[in-house]
Design a protein around this ligand. Structure first.
Ligand SMILES: [Zn+2]
Length: 184
């Protein structure tokens, strides 16, 4: 372990996505509004720094499932909102043995409404970047849809993954979707 500390996101942060050190609205959130007409409604707890990178490599890639306990108490239910985890593909699940997001919320009541197909290989992506925008999330068959969803993920980077998942839920008829991640 390095001695770099975990950093809580304190104000100022982007008012929409919690990106640290931003007064007002960050460039990612401006992009979402201008290009896609989307107003981000996201909250996060920690900055994704070196200490977090280190933590996630132990937790996700070295497969130490016990490490979920270090941060699981930051994941909470919100009144009237159904907690929905961002899924990983079947292939990832086989490789890793667990969905790291489910690990964080296994003490809470949640609804796994979404599924994810495997994305395209890096080789294919470099040949056609537009395919990067393909939405690989789908709604599971025969699920009961809640009115309000709090979508949870581990790390928010550009927000694209979450927006894909949100789009599926909204198209299916969920009225209000906001999101949460441990890191931003
Ligand atoms: Zn932002």
């Amino acid at each position: 372990m390095t001695l770099v500390q975990f950093h809580f996101i304190n104000p100022p942060h982007c008012s929409r996505c919690f990106k640290a050190g931003i007064d007002g609205i960050c460039s990612d959130c401006h992009f979402w509004e201008e290009e896609e007409g989307i107003i981000i409604k996201h909250q996060a707890v920690f900055t994704y720094n070196e200490a977090m990178e280190d933590y996630f490599s132990r937790y996700k890639f070295m497969g130490d499932y016990r490490l979920r306990k270090a941060f699981s108490h930051h994941f909470k239910k919100e009144k009237d909102y159904t907690l929905v985890p961002v899924p990983i593909s079947e292939k990832r699940l086989q490789e890793r043995g667990f969905n790291q997001v489910l690990g964080f919320i296994d003490h809470l009541h949640f609804a796994p409404l979404l599924e994810k197909e495997e994305g395209l290989s890096q080789h294919t992506l470099s040949r056609n970047k537009r395919l990067q925008n393909k939405n690989t999330f789908t709604l599971k068959a025969k699920v009961k849809l809640p009115k309000k969803v709090l979508l949870v993920d581990d790390v928010y980077t550009t927000g694209r993954t979450l927006q894909h998942a949100i789009a599926v839920l909204k198209e299916a008829g969920v009225q209000d979707v906001k999101s949460f991640s441990l890191c931003r």
